[in-house]
Ligand binder design. Structure first.
Ligand code: AVI
Length: 322
């Protein structure tokens, strides 16, 4: 595998984003993309195995069952770009179905080097598939992929696992429009979306009794300590998962269990947190069944197919550029 060099800006961007998010007056925040350092990526893999977290199993089941049908509906792509490849396990089914039809170039795009390495291990040896990893933010990576195409070749973008749900709805629309702007007629996007379900089923997926999700969330503070010299006392925070009915999303927060003085020298940040105050670390939006088709239209795509899981409400949506 060739891994393109990470952007020089990544470390200082982390410091800037931490500074901006934690300085917010009404609600302190940390961007969820920073949950995925080496430890966080492993913890996320463990979350995917939890009985309470049905999302990944539903995503995988749909790909297992319908990969051939999905691929048959796409104008056969030569280039497959995956946004946030994770370990790449689910992608194998799509790549195998495509590689039966023609030689395929596969580009996992990830900011986590550990996840890219895991992806190479999983998918680096597939017959008729050439893998080139990009350690870059999604859009930057996608733009780099798009310039590799020859005239007449199509690109398929995979955005699986309902990662789109980690964007606010307006930000998701904007992001999908930017993805569309890189693409050309005949290109496609396979988008995974977790669907709305009973809160009694939804909430434990983000607040499991073993505490894996709590560890995943708390690791973000540990990362700030490790990489930016912060002094967060992890034992003085607790993981919170809430269902926001109005926004139709799960929110993850870290709540201070006592008043404390926070110092993060590499982000030039010093502030006090009151007991009970929270840092908002992630949103996970849930969709109605017909929402993806509307999102497609707003972003300049057309939804041509949708597959849903029977056990855990989840949809794979296939969009094309006309
Ligand atoms: C990656 N993403 C789709 C996961 C989700 O369900 O929103 C991240 C996650 N956060 C807590 N558990 C899983």
């Amino acid at each position: 595998m060739i891994v393109q060099a990470p952007s020089q800006k990544i470390v200082s961007e982390f410091a800037e984003d931490v500074r901006a998010g934690l300085s917010k007056r009404n609600q302190r925040e940390l961007p969820s993309k920073y949950l995925y350092d080496e430890v966080g990526s492993e913890l996320f893999e463990a979350i995917c195995l939890l009985p309470e977290y049905g999302l990944t199993r539903a995503d995988t089941r749909l790909l297992q069952k319908y990969a051939e049908e999905m691929v048959a509906r796409m104008p056969t792509p030569t280039h497959v770009a995956e946004l946030g490849s994770g370990s790449g396990k689910k992608t194998r089914m799509i790549l195998e179905a495509l590689a039966k039809r023609r030689r395929t170039f596969y580009y996992p795009i990830e900011i986590s080097p550990a996840a890219l390495a895991a992806c190479e291990k999983e998918l680096g040896q597939l017959d008729f598939v050439s893998l080139v990893g990009y350690e870059k933010p999604y859009l930057e990576g996608l733009r780099a992929v798009a310039v590799r195409r020859e005239p007449g070749e199509h690109v398929c973008v995979l955005f699986l696992g309902s990662t789109i749900g980690n964007f606010d709805r307006p930000a998701a629309d904007d992001f999908l429009r930017q993805v569309r702007a890189v693409l050309q007629p005949g290109d496609s996007l396979l988008l995974g979306t977790d669907l709305e379900k009973d809160v009694a089923l939804q909430l434990p997926a983000y607040d499991d009794p073993v505490g894996v999700t709590a560890a995943f969330n708390l690791n973000l503070l540990a990362r700030v300590n490790r990489e930016l010299g912060g002094n967060f006392q992890l034992r003085d925070f607790r993981h919170l998962a809430l269902w926001n009915e109005e926004q139709r999303r799960i929110e993850m927060h870290l709540q201070a269990t006592r008043r404390q003085q926070i110092e993060i020298p590499s982000a030039s940040l010093y502030f006090r947190m009151e007991e009970g105050e929270t840092i908002w670390t992630e949103s996970s939006h849930k969709y109605s069944l017909d929402e993806p088709a509307q999102m497609a239209e707003r972003a300049g795509f057309r939804q041509i197919a949708q597959w849903t899981d029977q056990d855990w409400p989840f949809a794979q949506n296939l969009w094309i550029v006309d």
